[in-house]
Design a protein around this ligand. Sequence first.
Ligand code: 0GY
Length: 297
Amino acid sequence: MSPAFQPDPDWLSFCPDPSKPGYAPPPGAVDAHCHVFGPGDVFPYAPERKYTPTDAGKDQLFALRDFLGFDRNVVVQATCHGSDNRALADALIAAEGRARGVATIRPGVSGTELAELDAAGVRGIRFNFVKRLVDPKPDDYYRGLVDLIAPLGWHVVVYFEAPDLAERWDLFTSLPTTVVVDHMGRPDVTQPLDGEGFGLFLRFMAEHENVWSKVGGAERLSVSGPPDYADVVPFARHVVQTFPDRVLWGTDWPHPNMKSHMPDDGKLVDMIPRIAPTEDLQHKLLVANPQRLYWEA
Ligand code: 0GY
């Protein structure tokens, strides 16, 4: 850990020795949701951050990628780095084509900076509405940023909690780009699959063909807990089976802000055949869909 930054006292660090998954991802598989943190003495954490993590750099991410049997990563800018995308760009460049990125930008970002991020491998920006992570802004703020990135062919990743979907419906349903929702919009998995909350999310996807969903994050959503995260499986499987061409999966390593436990990443990989029960669904989820969105867009 860099002396410049001490992690929060209750910070849980990622699992240092995950189990080897029994499930072998297909060739070309993409871990489409993960982060890099620092290291803080090279890439300082943002002054406006809501948490200070343990460093989790690109070399550790790439070692995990290889150990779990993945070929590629999509690295998502984490809020602890604010809109300073240097750690992200450094990881993308070091991955030599085996990673793409999702950045955070602010109004006033220059065309030169966007072009540099694009060259490094950034293909989208993330809007975060989770109030414990950021101070959300009015809808027009996000619309202004979309105007800047749409010409590049980039997409938008949105991270929100279930109640935000109704509140931001007009914004979310009017975005002109592909829209990727993190963690299935964080459903309450103690509620029925066809209940009001998740029902609205399913309607969002059904009525808007530009909306995709990531179906990882079981460790965050589960109430029944590890290692099976059994209560999340029906939700993720339903989304995969209903929208097979618009789903992505990721480890969420290094699992920021986990409080109950730290997941074993190998066990998360072993969930994949339970949420995507056929080889065809697995190939779409792990290879064809991320290939289309991040390598061919
Ligand atoms: C996640 C979830 C979280 C954090 C962030 O950027 C972030 O800080 O995304 C969270 O705390 O729920 O997907 O990594």
